[in-house]
Design a protein around this ligand. Structure first.
Ligand code: ATP
Ligand SMILES: O=C(O)[C@@H](O)C(=O)CO
Length: 421
C-alpha cells in the first residue's frame, strides 16, 4: 500500500479519498482506526477518517498516532495528514500538534503544509489563504461555530500551534516546477524550518508539489495537495481521470438530508431546497437543550411524511443566531446538542426504510456515520468538487454523501439524487 492517510474529519476524508481515487489510486476509506481484521488488501491508499479537528490536542495526537500505526501495519509507505482547505484550527491546534507527532512517528524532520484547493476557490499566496478570492479572515470562516478563522497568514497561524519552526515557500519557487520546488525545500531545511507553508494558486502548482514531495515520509494539507501524488507514484506517467460512476450501484430506499453545517454554502443549499418544496424540519438548539423538542418528536414528524422525494432536517443558522445560541449554551455544548440529536435521528433511519443519506458538515457527518455504525466506505461518482457519493462496506447497505460545509453548488441537495440508480 502506497499511501496511508489520516483525515481530521469525515467529509475531509471523503474529499481526499475522491481525489486519490479519481487520480487512479484504488482507495478505501475507513471510519475511525480500522479493526485489525478488516480486509484492506487491494487498496493503494487508505484514508482513515477521524473526528479530531476540534477535540483536545492530546486526544487528537493519540488518535492520529493510533491511525498511523494501523496504516503502517497495513503497509503504508508514506503518510498524509489531511485537514481542512480553510485550515480550520485554533491556537491550541490541532494541525500543529498532530503534524509534530506524525513527523516523529515517521522518523522525519521536514514536511509541508498546504490547504490549497483551487477547484473549490482555496488558494495560498505568500502564505496567505484566500477563499474565493477573499482573505480567510474576511471570509465566512471568520464566523465558524467551532473554529473561527481570524488570521489569513498561515505561517503565523501554524507557528502559534507548534514549537517547530514554520517557513514559507512562495509562489516564485513553485511556479517553475518540481526542480525549483525541491531546491526551495532544501533552502528551507538549511534555514532550520521543519514545516513549510507552500503557495499554490492552480492545479498545476498542486501537481508540481505532488512530484516534488512524493518521497516525503509525511505530507500534510488539503485534498488538493494529494492531486499530484498518484502520478508521481506512477513515476510521472500521464494519467487519465478515472470514471468512478461505472459499476456503482446504490440501495433502494427513502432519501434524507441531515444538515448541521452553518457554513454559508450549506445555508444557501438549505434555502434552495426549501424553496423547491422539500419537506423540512428546522432544529433549534435552544429547544433541544430545554427538551421542548426531542429526537423522538422529529422522528414522529418524519414518519408522518409521505413525500416520495428527499426530506430535509437541518439546524443550519446564520452567524448571529449561532452566536446567540452559543452565548447561552457555550460553543462546544451547542455543537454537541445538535450532533447528538442528529446522531439519534440517524440511528433510527434504516428502520424507517431510509438508505440514501446526504449529510452536510464534517463534525455532523462524524456524528451521523458513527451512529449508523458504518465501518468503511467505497468511493463513487463525484456530485460536486470534493463530494462523492459513497457506499457503506459491511453492515447496513447505505448510500452516503458526506458534504463538507462549504462545498457544493446551491442546488446540491436537489441534484445529488439524480446520480443514484
Ligand atoms: N444552530 C446552531 N447553533 C450552534 N451550533 C450549531 C448549530 N447548528 C449546528 N451547529 C454545530 O455547528 C457545528 C458545525 O460543524 P460541522 O463540521 O458539522 O459543519 P462545517 O464546519 O460547516 O463543515 P466542515 O467541517 O465540513 O467544513 C457542529 O458541531 C454543529 O452541531
Ligand atoms: O478540505 C476541505 O475543505 C474539506 O475536505 C473539509 O475538510 C471540510 O471539513
Amino acid at each position: 500500500m502506497k499511501l496511508g492517510c489520516i483525515a481530521d474529519d469525515l467529509t475531509g476524508a471523503t474529499d481526499l479519498a475522491l481525489m486519490l481515487a479519481r487520480e487512479g489510486l484504488r482507495t478505501t476509506q475507513t471510519i475511525g482506526v480500522p479493526r485489525s481484521d478488516l480486509d484492506l488488501s487491494g487498496s493503494d491508499a487508505i484514508v482513515v477518517a477521524l473526528k479530531s479537528r476540534t477535540i483536545p490536542p492530546q486526544d487528537a495526537v493519540d488518535q492520529s498516532l493510533a491511525a498511523a500505526a494501523a496504516l503502517r501495519k497495513a503497509g503504508a509507505q508514506h503518510l498524509f495528514f489531511k485537514y481542512c482547505s480553510t485550515f480550520d484550527s485554533t491556537d491550541e491546534g490541532n494541525i500543529g500538534p498532530v503534524t509534530e507527532s506524525l513527523l516523529r512517528f515517521a522518523n522525519s524532520e521536514f514536511t509541508l503544509a498546504c490547504p490549497a484547493f483551487p477547484a473549490n476557490g482555496r488558494t495560498v499566496y505568500k502564505g496567505h489563504l484566500f477563499v474565493n478570492g477573499v482573505p480567510l479572515h474576511e471570509s465566512s470562516m471568520k464566523d465558524h461555530p467551532l473554529t473561527p478563522m481570524r488570521d489569513s497568514n498561515l505561517v503565523r497561524v501554524l507557528q502559534r500551534q507548534t514549537k517547530l519552526s514554520v517557513g514559507l515557500v512562495p509562489y516564485e519557487d513553485v511556479d517553475p516546477g518540481p526542480d525549483a520546488l525541491r531546491a526551495a525545500f532544501g533552502r528551507q531545511k538549511a534555514a532550520g524550518h521543519q514545516i513549510v507553508i507552500v503557495d499554490a494558486l492552480t492545479d498545476d502548482h498542486l501537481r508540481t508539489i505532488g512530484l516534488a514531495a512524493a518521497d516525503f515520509p509525511l505530507i500534510t494539507g488539503g485534498s488538493g495537495v494529494a492531486m499530484g501524488l498518484p502520478a508521481a507514484y506512477r513515476q510521472g506517467t500521464t494519467y487519465a481521470p478515472v470514471s468512478l460512476g461505472t459499476g456503482f450501484d446504490f440501495p433502494a430506499g427513502r432519501s434524507i438530508i441531515l444538515a448541521g453545517s452553518c457554513s454559508s454554502a450549506t445555508r444557501r443549499q438549505v434555502e434552495t431546497a426549501i424553496k423547491a418544496g422539500l419537506p423540512a424540519y428546522r432544529l433549534d438548539p435552544l429547544d433541544l437543550a430545554s427538551r421542548k423538542v426531542t429526537a423522538e418528536m422529529v422522528l414522529e414528524w418524519l414518519a408522518r411524511q409521505h413525500a416520495s422525494g428527499p426530506i430535509l432536517i437541518y439546524s443550519s443558522a446564520p452567524p448571529e443566531e449561532v452566536q446567540a445560541v452559543q452565548s447561552k449554551l457555550g460553543r462546544m455544548k451547542a455543537g454537541e446538542i445538535v450532533e447528538n440529536t442528529l446522531a439519534q435521528i440517524a440511528r433510527a433511519l434504516p428502520a424507517l426504510g431510509v438508505t440514501r443519506i446526504v449529510v452536510a458538515g464534517g463534525e455532523t457527518s462524524g456524528a451521523v456515520v458513527n451512529a449508523l455504525g458504518v465501518e468503511a466506505l467505497a468511493i463513487g461518482p463525484e456530485i460536486d468538487p470534493g463530494v462523492p457519493w459513497t457506499r457503506s462496506l459491511g453492515g447496513t447497505d447505505l448510500a452516503l454523501a458526506l458534504k463538507s460545509g462549504n462545498f457544493g453548488n446551491p442546488d446540491f441537495f436537489l441534484k445529488a439524487w439524480t446520480m443514484l440508480r
